[in-house]
Structures are given as C-alpha cells and as structure tokens.
Design a protein around this ligand. Structure first.
Ligand code: ADP
Length: 471
C-alpha cells in the first residue's frame, strides 16, 4: 500500500492536537470542578448560617428556643429539596427540613465541616457548623454564648450537570478548533511539500535522451531539500558521464573494428577475384592471418579495458594482498626487453625495496608494460628509457617512467588518457597502437585509488608518474 507523506504529517499534527486538547480538557475539567465546588461550599455555608439565624429566644423570656419557620431559605436548586437540621446547645433537635432522608437519622454523627453522603437515592454534599451563636432578632448581634449546631446538605446533581454542560461546550469548541487547525495544517503541509512534488516531476522528465535537470528554485531554497537536489545533480552528472562514455566507447570500438574487418574482407575478396598461384594464395592468406591477429589483439585489449572499468566501477578497490612494487616492475622490464632491443632502446631500472602496494600483480604488470611499451615505441635508437621506483612518501609510493623520445604536444597531453585517442606522433609513425594503452593504465591505477600524471616536452621526452597508495 502506498503511503502518503502528506497524510502522515497531517495525521501526526491532528493526533498531537487531539492529545493536547484531551490533556487540556482533563486539566480544565478539574479546574472547573474545583471552582463549582468552592461556589457550592460558599452557598452551603451561607444557607447553614441563614438557618441558624432563624433560632430565637422567645419574647416571654423562657429558655426554650424557638425556630422561625416562615423565613426558611429557598433550596439551592429549585428542582431539588435541601435537607437541614438545627440542634440547640444541649444537643436537642430544634428544627429539621421537611425532606430529611431516613438514612441520615439525626445527622449529628456527620463530621464537622464539609462531607459527602449518599441518601434518599442521591449524592448529597453537606456542611456541619458547630458553635454558632444565637442572634438578637432586631440587631442581629449574638445575645448568648450558647451555641447551635447546623447541618445543611444539598444534592450534588446540579453541580455535576453544570460541570457536564461546561465541559460539553469546551469540548465542542476544542473539536471545532482541532478540525479547523487540521484543515489549516493540511493546507500548510501540502504547500510545504509542493517543492518535493516539483522535484519529483522534474526528476521524472530525465531520460537517456533528456539529461538536463533544472532544480526547482523553491526546492533549492529549502534547507532540507538542497542537499538532496545537489546529490541528485551530482548523481546525474556521474550517470550522464558514464552513459556517454559507454556510448562513445561502443561507437569508437565499432569504428575501430570496422576498418580491420573491411581490410580483411577486401584482401579475401582480392584473393577470390582472380586465379592466383599457390605462392600468391599463401602470401595472401598470411596477410589475412596477420590482419585477423591484429583484430584479435584489439578485441583482447577492449575486453581487458572493459573488465578494468567494471572493476573500477565498484565502490571499494579490489581486495589484493600487498606486493613489493619493484618485483612487478622487474617482471615488466623483462617482458619488454626483447621489444626494446629490437628497437635499439636501452632500459634502465632504479629499484626500491621498501615500497609495497595492495594490488593484483597482473594488473601492475599490465600498467608498467603499457607505459614501457609507449616509452620504447616513441623513443629513437640509442635512447634510454628509465623505470625508477621511488621510496614511499607519506601514503604514496610512485613509479616514474622516463624516456628521451619525441614527447607529446602540450595540447595533446590532457587527451592521451582518453580511449582510442592517438596522438600525431602515433599516426605519423603508424606505430600500430590502438589508443587504448593509457586509458587502460588510468583505469587500472584509479581502481586501486592511485593516479597517473604526465609531463612532456616535445622533442625532449616524456615522464609518466604513477602514484599508488602504500599498504
Ligand atoms: P597508443 O596505442 O596509440 O600508444 P596510448 O593510449 O598508449 O595509445 O597512447 C595515446 C597517445 O599518447 C599515443 O598515440 C601517443 O601519441 C601518446 N603517447 C603515449 N605515450 C607516449 C610517450 N612515451 N611519448 C610520446 N607520446 C606518447
């Protein structure tokens, strides 16, 4: 199932708001309840005092207290009856409300202050006040130290109802607010995510024919999206380069193969064209065989380069045990010596026993052989080619191959590592090179985390330096 980031964000906001509203409602309910209860407490005290004020000494000066029933206060809520009792100083009941639930008997057992009881089928909140004075009828001032005890209770139902009504109002308002802010949050989230949508739309347009990727300006302005856009652009650049280089490679390889195959075809056609002597056929077939061998060599080099590029494409360098650098150089020198002798070029070796690198010896041999082959190929007779292994410096060990040959024009130097690139010298002398040697050297060296650089002066010679990380 597809998940929507927008829906998740809105759901998170709504959930957070609901939690907040729930928490606020709980706290609010407590505060409202306390407010209502302290209001009820004050009303209960007032009613209890009013009831006590109705107790008088009779005018005939007798000690028996009387209760003025005519001025009994109204119940706190008109829908319910309140219950009350007044006791004299001697503990005798002076008066009692018409509604006094049986369960309460004489309420004197109820403790002083506020209390809650269940009686008459409902919950009652009440108060018991002790030692209330008996007031003068006219002045309202205490006339006797003798004290009264008053109990006054009222059902809590109206308080509960008021609490419920208040909470309903607050709850409904909270829900409305949550809904309104939810809609607003959804709109905001949609707006905030629009750069992502634009980015996705722009990314969707990328194809092998359409590499351009114009990052939406609103995405570039966003702190969180900018690194993503930059990573995307960087990745695209790399992909485009890889794609184009693959395409060029295939095109160039096809082009390079076309010529020798065409030559072979025309030589064979020529052989068939007219009757020839056995000797002529033999010569013709030998030529065709040489052409096939050269094509085979080209194919082998192409395959070697393709394999090296595949290995270099890996995230980590190929894992190999550490080998002494000098050993692979010596092997390459031995391999190239016959070629050097055939061209009258002398080979010099300056070894260093300390340098060891983690690389496949066959790959190293390939690198030095290609560089030596070029150095010999582009040198004149009696000239010297030197291979020197340098003692490691920091993380790097290097091998330098120097020749005194024709050198490379400065404008050609940056291009000589490209595949199929052949310099003027190569073409002019028809060296038979394919323009793949240095590309292979670069690919192999870089696969091991190293680098290759050239310094050259036309007419004075070239210097190739390969740097490889030491173990
Ligand atoms: P090639 O098979 O043509 O030698 P490379 O990839 O090995 O292909 O070299 C590319 C080009 O670089 C060569 O065609 C040549 O022009 C130039 N080059 C390479 N090495 C040397 C060198 N030691 N001296 C002069 N030119 C060189």
């Amino acid at each position: 199932m597809k998940k929507s980031l927008q829906a998740q964000l809105v759901a998170t906001v709504l959930l957070a708001e609901l939690l907040l509203a729930g928490g606020l409602l709980a706290v609010g309910r407590r505060a409202v309840f306390q407010q209502l209860r302290s209001g009820l407490n004050a009303a209960l005290s007032g009613r209890a005092l009013s009831v006590a004020a109705l107790v008088r000494y009779p005018e005939d000066q007798s000690t028996k207290l009387v209760f003025d029933k005519g001025l009994v206060p109204q119940p706190l809520d008109s829908r319910y009856q309140d219950a009350w009792e007044v006791f004299g100083p001697d503990g005798a009941l002076i008066a009692r409300s018409p509604w006094w639930p049986q369960e309460l008997e004489s309420g004197l057992h109820l403790r002083e202050g506020f209390w809650i009881v269940h009686a008459g089928g409902r919950e009652l909140r009440g108060i018991r006040l002790n030692q209330l004075p008996i007031l003068d009828e006219e002045t309202g001032t205490p006339v006797s130290p003798a004290s009264l005890t008053v109990l006054y209770a009222t059902p809590t139902q109206p308080l509960e109802e008021r609490l419920a009504a208040t909470m309903l109002t607050i709850g409904a308002a909270a829900l409305l607010l949550v809904l309104a802010t939810g809609v607003f949050a959804a709109w905001l989230v949609r707006r905030a995510l629009s750069p992502l949508r634009h980015l996705a739309a722009e990314a969707e347009r990328i194809s092998a024919q359409q590499w351009s990727f114009a990052a939406p300006p609103e995405a570039m302005r966003l702190h969180e999206l900018r690194p993503l856009v930059e990573a995307l652009q960087e990745m695209l650049r790399g992909l485009r380069q890889a794609f184009e280089s693959q395409r060029d490679f295939v095109a160039a390889a096809a082009h390079e193969l076309k010529t020798p195959v065409a030559i072979q075809k025309s030589s064979l056609q020529l052989l068939l064209h007219r009757d020839l002597s056995a000797e002529e056929y033999k010569r013709g077939l030998q030529q065709a065989l040489r052409d096939v061998e050269r094509t085979e060599e080209l194919l082998q080099r192409l395959l070697r380069l393709a394999r090296a590029e595949q290995a270099a494409g890996g995230a980590t360098p190929p894992e190999s045990p550490a080998v002494p650098l000098s050993e692979s150089c010596e092997a390459a020198l031995a391999h190239m010596r016959p070629y050097a002798e055939s061209r009258g070029v002398s080979l010099e070796f300056v070894p260093d026993g300390t340098a060891r690198v983690k690389a496949d010896p066959d790959d190293l041999l390939m690198v030095w052989s290609n560089l030596l082959e070029n150095a010999i190929r582009y040198s004149g007779r009696e000239q010297r080619v030197t291979l020197s292994v340098q003692a490691p410096l920091g993380r790097w060990a290097s091998v330098v191959i120097t020749d005194q040959g024709c050198g490379i024009e400065p404008e050609q130097q940056p291009r000589i590592f490209e595949r199929f690139y052949r310099g003027d010298q190569s073409r002019a002398r028809d060296t038979g090179g394919f323009g793949l040697g240095l590309a292979l050297v670069k690919t192999l060296v870089e696969a091991y985390g190293g680098s290759v650089a050239v310094e050259s002066q036309p007419g004075r010679g070239s210097r190739f330096e390969v740097k490889l990380p030491v173990e």
